[in-house]
Design a protein around this ligand. Structure first.
Ligand code: DAH
Length: 379
C-alpha cells in the first residue's frame, strides 16, 4: 500500500529545496498538474470499491492539501525574498551630495542696464526702445544733422547697401538709407513722435560704430534719457544726473562738473565730468575711484556723458511745438559705467564670451538690483 506520509515528506523536502519560482512551478505540475502524480492517485479512487475508497480518500485528499499548502507557502516566501532583494538593490541613498549643476551668470552689461532701469524707475522714468537697424532720418536728420553734416562721417557709421542708389537713383535717398544706429538718440525722436508730450523715458540698447581698440568696440551699449514737459530746464538736468550717479555708484560724494560743449541735437549742450581720486591698489598701480571734487589735491575730472537742452529743431521735427514743449536729454555709455563701477579695464573682454571672465565679473541671477537694497549688491 502506498505510504502517503512518506510521499508527503518527500514532496515537502523537494519543495523546501526548490531554488527558484520556475523550479517550484515544475514541482506543482509534477504533483498537482493534470498528469501529476497526486492527481493520478485521486483518479484511482473512482475504480475502487466503496470500502477502499472510504479508507483511502481522506489520506489522498490530505496529501493533496498538504502539498498544495507547502507549494503556496514556499512561493510566498520566495516572492517576499525577491521583493526584499529588489528593494535593497534599488535603494536611493539620500545622504549622497547632489552633483553640482553649472550655474550661469548675468553679464555685467545686463546687470548695469537693470540697475539703471531701477534707479530711473524710482525717478518716474519708463523704458523706451527703438530698432537697431535704423534709417538715416531718425539717426541723423531728425536730430539736426542734415545730409552734409560732418557728424555723419564723424560717427563712422555702418551703412547697409543702399537699394535706391543701387538702382541708379541720385537723390531722394535720404530717410531711406538703412544703417546700424550709431547712438540711442533716435529713440528720442521715435518716442516724441509716437507718444507726444510730456515724456520721461530712458532708452537702453546696442549701438554700432566702425571703431575698435581697448576702449572702443564696433558694438557697444548706451542709455539715452529724455524729459520733455512745459518748463523743464538745465537745473532739472543737473539734479537728475547727480541723483542718478549717486544712486548708481552708491556714493554720496559724487561731484559733477558741467562744461559747455556742442551736440547738434542740444542747445545749449553740456558735457558732464565726474571727480575722482587716484588711489594706489595692492599691486601699486593707481586706481581711479569716483568721488570728491576733481579740483581737490590728488584728484581729477573724467568725462562721463553728453547732455543738454533738446534743440528746438529736434522738438519740431519730432512733431511737437517747441514754443510749448522743452526739455533735456543725455546719453551715456553703459559699458563705460560698468567698467568704472566694477573695475574692468579692457572693453573688448566684455564681448569675447570667455566664461572665465564671466565667472569672475558675472552676477547671480538672483541678485535683483533694487535702490533700497543697494543696486549693485552681490548675493
Ligand atoms: N548721442 C551722443 C553720442 O552718441 C550722446 C548724447 C549727447 C546724447 C548729448 C544726448 C545728448 O542725448 O543730449 O555721442
Amino acid at each position: 500500500m502506498t505510504d502517503y506520509k512518506t510521499l508527503e515528506r518527500e514532496a515537502s523536502g523537494r519543495i523546501e529545496a526548490a531554488s527558484d519560482l520556475a523550479a517550484l512551478e515544475a514541482l506543482r505540475v509534477e504533483y498537482l498538474g493534470k498528469q501529476g502524480s497526486i492527481s493520478g492517485l485521486l483518479k484511482t479512487l473512482g475504480a475502487m470499491s466503496p470500502e477502499d475508497r472510504q479508507a483511502k480518500a481522506p489520506a489522498i485528499q490530505s496529501l493533496r492539501q498538504a502539498v498544495s499548502e507547502a507549494l503556496a507557502e514556499r512561493r510566498e516566501a520566495m516572492e517576499a525574498a525577491l521583493l526584499e532583494a529588489r528593494l535593497a538593490s534599488e535603494r536611493v541613498d539620500l545622504t549622497l551630495p547632489a552633483p553640482e549643476t553649472p550655474g550661469g551668470s548675468v553679464h555685467p552689461v545686463s546687470q548695469v542696464m537693470d540697475e539703471l532701469a531701477e534707479v530711473f524707475a524710482d525717478l518716474g522714468f519708463s523704458v523706451a526702445t527703438g530698432p537697431e537697424i535704423e534709417d538715416d532720418w531718425h539717426n541723423f536728420t531728425a536730430l539736426n544733422m542734415p545730409e552734409s553734416h560732418p557728424a555723419r562721417a564723424m560717427h563712422d557709421t555702418f551703412y547697409f547697401p543702399d537699394q535706391d542708389h543701387a538702382q541708379g537713383a541720385t537723390d531722394g535717398a535720404q530717410g531711406h538709407r538703412t544703417l546700424l544706429r550709431t547712438h540711442t538718440s533716435p529713440v528720442q525722436v521715435r518716442t516724441m513722435l509716437s507718444q507726444g508730450a510730456p515724456v520721461r523715458i530712458i532708452a537702453p540698447g546696442r549701438v554700432y560704430r566702425s571703431d575698435s581698440d581697448a576702449t572702443h568696440t564696433p558694438m557697444f551699449h548706451q542709455i539715452e534719457g529724455l524729459v520733455i514737459d512745459r518748463d523743464i530746464h538745465l537745473g532739472h538736468l543737473k539734479w537728475t544726473l547727480e541723483t542718478f550717479l549717486k544712486a548708481f555708484f552708491e556714493r554720496e560724494d559724487i561731484v559733477l562738473r558741467l562744461r559747455p560743449s556742442y551736440f547738434p541735437f542740444t542747445e545749449p549742450s553740456v558735457e558732464v565730468d565726474v571727480g575722482f581720486a587716484i588711489e594706489s591698489g595692492q599691486d601699486g598701480k593707481g586706481r581711479r575711484v569716483l568721488g570728491g571734487s576733481g579740483d581737490a589735491p590728488g584728484h581729477g575730472w573724467m568725462e562721463l556723458l553728453g547732455s543738454g537742452m533738446v534743440n528746438r529743431r529736434v522738438i519740431a521735427m519730432s512733431g511737437l511745438d517747441p514754443d510749448e514743449w522743452q526739455g533735456f536729454a543725455f546719453g551715456v555709455g553703459v559699458d563705460r559705467l560698468a567698467m568704472l563701477k566694477y573695475g574692468m579695464d579692457d572693453l573688448r573682454a566684455f564681448f569675447d564670451g570667455d566664461v572665465r571672465w564671466l565667472r569672475h565679473y558675472g552676477f547671480s541671477a538672483f541678485d535683483q538690483p533694487t535702490l533700497s537694497g543697494g543696486v549693485g549688491a552681490r548675493a
